[in-house]
Design a protein around this ligand. Structure first.
Ligand SMILES: Cc1cc2nc3c(=O)[nH]c(=O)nc-3n(C[C@H](O)[C@H](O)[C@H](O)COP(=O)(O)OP(=O)(O)OC[C@H]3O[C@@H](n4cnc5c(N)ncnc54)[C@H](O)[C@@H]3O)c2cc1C
Ligand code: SF4
Length: 576
């Protein structure tokens, strides 16, 4: 029987007072910590008699090391970094300045270059970076300020007092598969905080608790997501310039699926090679439950243009991560009694530009300014923290997202409808046919097998597991090996399935167990079991998980909740 992870009950937990707890040490969380330190330092210099301390400000990061769970394209729009640390270019790890960009429409064997690059995909002035390296560097700046980053500590539960968030419980360590304490057991801490800031990235687990508890999303569009599957390649020098940026649309997707690919060039480690970051983002609102996003990337690489680029090269890293696509209308309230939500957790991502890092950083800065006000006033009620909502609405975050507020919704009925709406939205400042386009949650688009062609129809090449040739294309397990993912094996499963009966009796029959396909890490498996009505039962390999959150998002019955495993476990996204 599967035992799922949850904080142990009936045990005494160490209590720790905190001024501010930031959950998640990605770009949003790190920017928040840095800005808060700057404000406190400036205050202390100006007010020697009323010093504020940074001692009780903590960042919790579930990865073993800062940046290890950070995966992105990545192109950095430097706008917010210029505000946070003017002159940051001199010391930040930036791989190359964008020198050249192109957008292609792919058919199976050919490609058409867009005669002009659409304005939202113009990247001159941006930098090719590894988010993993960039966040590591941000983390070192945070540590220089004296703020403590607890790596290997996950926020596993929010603490409440009525309608107020009062703190964060960290993960219990040393719990075995059956949920019993091992000899190395250490209970999670209760960090009793004045301000809790959620910067957990897409589909944050504490953010989900908060949104559910207070029904925060009731007036927002349902958040929609894409999952990006990425590989890093070393290729012979000369194949792609450092700073060259390529976006593609079309094949291998059909006109019904939403998504596209990126290819970015960076200098290699030696004179004889280049690094290519390439990946495919598939919208998690496709109809066919057999579609496999990892397979989509493998098919994409078979295109003659991509195959030639990668020929003679070597895949060196793999990973996957979701991203929130829903835009402005899908953002819930971002501040309340004792809490604020930042970055991807809130949905601050511009899906037209495939960019969220600069918005995550800016949201972190605005939240820091609000938290600083709360500390100086000693009031972290909704009345004070509500200023964050207003700051976002009067900042360039809103200005940027407002122009693309209806973009993804326009594609709900396929590519042609999407292009029509995009064109119209571009000339009406994002409005299109009406001010607010509604949306359905992505999983609601998934159809039952009986409604789909048995042979897959035009989508056939996207369905089921990729076999891989071991050179250009890979099966999931080979790819997964390059994610460096590792977990403590003897712990309860962190993929909480609320009713496994549904998996074994309904889902297997109706949808053919799509978890086996959409999970890019082979975590879900239907194993033979004669005692089950459909001859199979669900089994989990949680140690494979790369924390992409796709299962929590795409499961058609919404019975999977991703919760953090024991802190320190997860992928190792060095250089991603
Ligand atoms: C495939 C892909 C390509 C992209 N390409 C680009 C691009 O080229 N340019 C761009 O600007 N944007 C890009 N984005 C978007 C960009 O990466 C995000 O918008 C950005 O990383 C969001 O920052 P964040 O700090 O909000 O979240 P994240 O970067 O996700 O960081 C969240 C951090 O919180 C930690 N965490 C989560 N939950 C917990 C918990 N409960 N306890 C403790 N720690 C926790 C995570 O381990 C992680 O370190 C891309 C995204 C993807 C998926
Ligand atoms: S189990 Fe869920 S979160 Fe983990 S890799 Fe698979 S889909 Fe992603």
């Amino acid at each position: 029987m599967l035992i799922f992870r949850k904080p142990l009950e009936g045990i005494e937990r160490p209590q720790m007072p905190a001024d501010v707890v930031i959950v998640g040490g990605g770009p949003a969380g790190m920017a928040c910590a840095l800005r808060l330190a700057q404000l406190i330092d400036a205050h202390n210099a100006a007010h020697p008699d009323s010093q504020l301390s940074k001692e009780n400000i903590y960042v919790l990061e579930k990865a073993r090391e800062v940046g290890q769970h950070c995966l992105s394209g990545a192109l950095l729009d430097p706008r917010s970094m210029n505000e946070l640390l003017p002159g940051f270019e001199k010391e930040a790890p930036l791989d190359a300045k964008v020198t050249k960009e192109a957008v292609y429409f792919f058919t199976e064997k050919s490609k058409f270059k867009f005669p002009i690059t659409p304005p939202f995909l113009r990247d001159h002035g941006n930098y090719v970076i590894s988010l993993n390296k960039f966040v590591k560097w941000m983390g070192s700046k945070v540590e220089e300020t004296g703020i403590t980053i607890f790596t290997g500590f996950a926020g596993s539960e929010l603490l409440f007092d009525g309608d107020r968030v009062t703190g964060v419980r960290t993960d219990d360590k040393g719990v075995d598969k059956e949920g019993h304490q091992k000899s190395n057991f250490e209970p999670g801490y209760d960090l009793q905080a004045k301000v809790v800031i959620l910067a957990e990235g897409p589909r944050g687990s504490l953010t989900k608790q908060l949104i559910t508890k207070f029904d925060l999303a009731k007036n927002a569009n349902p958040q929609t997501y894409g999952v990006g599957v990425k590989e890093l390649w070393e290729v012979p020098a000369g194949r792609i310039a450092a700073g060259e940026v390529i976006y593609t649309m079309g094949w291998p997707l059909t006109t019904k699926e939403y998504g596209g690919a990126w290819i970015y060039g960076s200098p290699g480690s030696g004179p004889k090679d280049n690094i290519v970051s390439l990946g495919f983002v598939t919208g998690l609102d496709y109809a066919d439950p057999r579609l496999d996003p990892q397979r989509v990337l493998q098919e994409f690489k078979k295109h003659p243009f991509v195959a030639k680029l990668l020929e003679g090269g070597k895949m060196i890293r793999y990973g996957a991560k979701s991203m929130p696509y829903g835009g402005w209308w899908a953002i819930p309230p971002v501040a309340g009694n004792g809490w604020m939500i930042l970055g991807d957790s809130a949905g601050f991502l511009n899906s037209a530009r495939l960019k969220g890092i600069h918005l995550a950083i800016k949201s972190g800065m605005l939240a820091a300014e609000t938290a600083f006000e709360a500390l100086t006033k000693d009031d972290s009620s909704a009345a004070t923290l509500g200023a964050f909502q207003k700051k976002v609405e009067s900042s360039w975050i809103k200005e940027e997202l407002w122009k693309v507020r209806n973009l993804h919704q326009g594609f709900e009925h396929g590519m042609f409808a999407g292009m029509f709406h995009t064109g119209l939205q571009m000339i009406t400042g994002g409005r299109g046919l009406r001010n607010r386009y509604r949306a359905k949650a992505g999983y609601e688009h998934m159809r039952k097998l009986t409604d789909l062609p048995a042979d897959g129809g035009p989508e056939a090449l996207l369905l089921g597991p990729a076999k891989g040739d071991g050179k250009l294309t890979f099966d999931k397990l080979t790819d997964l090996y390059h994610s460096g993912t590792k977990h403590e094996e003897d712990q309860p499963a962190h993929l909480v399935i609320h009713d496994t009966n549904i998996c074994n009796t309904k889902c297997v029959k109706e949808f053919g167990s799509p978890c086996q396909n959409f999970c890019p890490a082979n975590v879900y498996e239907m194993v033979e079991d004669a005692s089950q009505p459909n001859g199979k039962h669900i089994s989990l390999n949680p140690s494979n998980c790369v924390h992409c959150k796709t299962c929590d998002i795409a499961d058609p019955y919404q019975i999977i909740t991703w919760v953090p495993p024991e802190g320190g476990g997860g992928p190792n996204y060095d250089g991603m």
